[in-house]
Unconditional design. Structure first.
Lengths: 24, 427
């Protein structure tokens, strides 16, 4: 997975989708 | 259930109609808010207090300089072939006529091409543009450039058919630009009806003479402010989701639609989030711009001041195209960011506003968008928008509380979720 500037791993799109679905 | 809670509160709950009621009080009390005017100063002070009373954080004013132009008295009288009082509104930035006015024969053209082809006829005349309304973006060039093109041909003034998709003899004003290498001539907009009438008369070979009087005056740039309030982020406070509309308006009507509605649903977004006791991970920043109508003047100075932090701007959002029935979100950003926005908009299925379109942004936030910051704007049913735009018809009467509730729900869900997601939108 690509790493962001602060060293954390960026979320995959599937993870982002799941995160957004959590606001439903 | 955060999205549902926001929608319920905005559309069905205690906050329903709040943005409409707040806006009505604001525009009925203060009226139109032209750049450089006392009304605009009053409006900014009013909002500064209102945001503090609402409990927003870091409420403050950021000083900027904005144009100060006043129209004064103005009239246009057709004196040949008959007397007829033309409905006019001088265009912002126009110079005045001499006190006795300018009396000259009319040359009617339908396009710049026709003007250029008939340039020898324009010398010493008042050029009337009777350009057909195609779209705002295409047709507005006649308002912004009409005086310059007419002056290049030797005209003494220009009268421009209002940029309006419908008219009841209503002139619509706007900002026009002079060029330093072209003589400045007075310029005003006229109604669609009068432009078409003069075109018909001209096509029949009638000589038309008009006396144009304008007292317009330009003063040195005035001090003004962008108005800012925040909900500070809980985890990434230095990162910003910016929601915005502009407080200034033209000096006619009430500026309820352009852009009172956009400014007040942006405020409503932060109010709703506060009401629900929410605090997103990153900072939600409300900016109420000043001097938008003169070309995003306040916003440009905000950008110059804050662009050093551009990497912390997650998304810039502006609502400045009406707050009628919402139809979706316009978005500019990378394909990855767009895919995320599509998912976010699915949260608005309960009110059936899920579409993501191209070309998000607006005059005030495009400085950021052009530098790669994702941009969004509210899309709504603008069928009637240009009936009222920049005219005396832009009043509270065109606003609808239910539609504003829905706009506020869209604006709040989108801004909150983006501000609260673990990661910023990919550029």
């Amino acid at each position: 997975r690509p790493q962001s500037k602060n060293g954390r791993y960026r979320q995959t799109f599937e993870e982002v989708k799941r995160e957004i679905a959590g606001y439903k | 259930d955060i999205a549902k809670a926001i929608i319920d509160l905005a559309v069905y709950g205690k906050a329903q109609n709040r943005s409409y009621e707040r806006l009505a009080l604001f525009v009925d009390t203060i009226g139109p808010r032209l750049s450089g005017s006392k009304n605009l100063d009053t409006a900014i002070k009013y909002m500064h207090n209102a945001l503090k009373e609402n409990g927003l954080e870091n409420v403050h004013l950021e000083p900027v300089k904005i144009p100060h132009w006043e129209r004064g008295e103005e009239s246009a009288m057709m004196v040949e072939p008959r007397c007829h009082n033309l409905a006019i509104l001088g265009l912002g930035n126009s110079i005045a006529t001499p006190p006795e006015g300018i009396t000259a024969e009319i040359l009617v053209v339908t396009s710049f091409d026709e003007l250029h082809a008939r340039a020898p006829e324009a010398k010493g005349k008042i050029v009337v543009y009777n350009e057909p309304y195609i779209s705002y973006g295409e047709t507005v060039q006649y308002r912004s450039q009409g005086a310059v093109e007419a002056a290049k041909a030797g005209a003494v003034a220009s009268l421009i058919r209002s940029i309006a998709s419908f008219s009841i003899n209503s002139p619509h004003t706007g900002w026009q630009y002079y060029r330093s290498d072209v003589p400045r001539i007075p310029t005003a907009c006229i109604s669609v009806e009068d432009a078409e009438m003069m075109a018909r008369m001209s096509s029949k070979g009638m000589k038309i003479v008009v006396n144009l009087k304008m007292e317009a005056k330009t003063y040195p740039d005035a001090s003004s402010f962008n108005t800012v309030g925040e909900i500070v982020g809980s985890k990434y406070p230095e990162q910003v989701v910016l929601v915005s509309g502009h407080l200034d308006s033209w000096d006619v009507g009430q500026g309820a639609m352009d852009d009172g509605g956009g400014a007040f649903i942006s405020w409503e977004a932060l109010s709703l989030i506060k009401n629900l006791g929410l605090r997103p991970k990153r900072t939600l920043r409300l900016v109420l711009w000043t001097g938008e109508e003169q070309g995003g003047v306040g916003a440009n100075q905000y950008y110059q001041l804050h662009k050093v932090n551009i990497s912390n701007f997650d998304i810039v959002m502006e609502s400045d195209e009406g707050t009628f029935m919402p139809t979706g979100l316009a978005f500019t950003g990378s394909d990855k960011a767009r895919s995320i926005m599509r998912e976010v908009m699915q949260l608005l299925q309960p009110i059936n506003v899920t579409a993501v379109y191209e070309n998000g942004g607006g005059t005030d936030v495009d400085y950021w968008v052009q530098d790669g910051v994702p941009g969004a704007s509210l899309l709504d049913d603008i069928t009637k928008y240009f009936w009222f735009h920049h005219s005396n018809g832009d009043t509270m009467t065109v606003q609808d509380p239910n539609q504003m509730n829905l706009c506020a729900a869209v604006w709040t869900v989108v801004s909150y979720v983006i501000a609260d997601m673990e990661e910023m939108l990919p550029r």
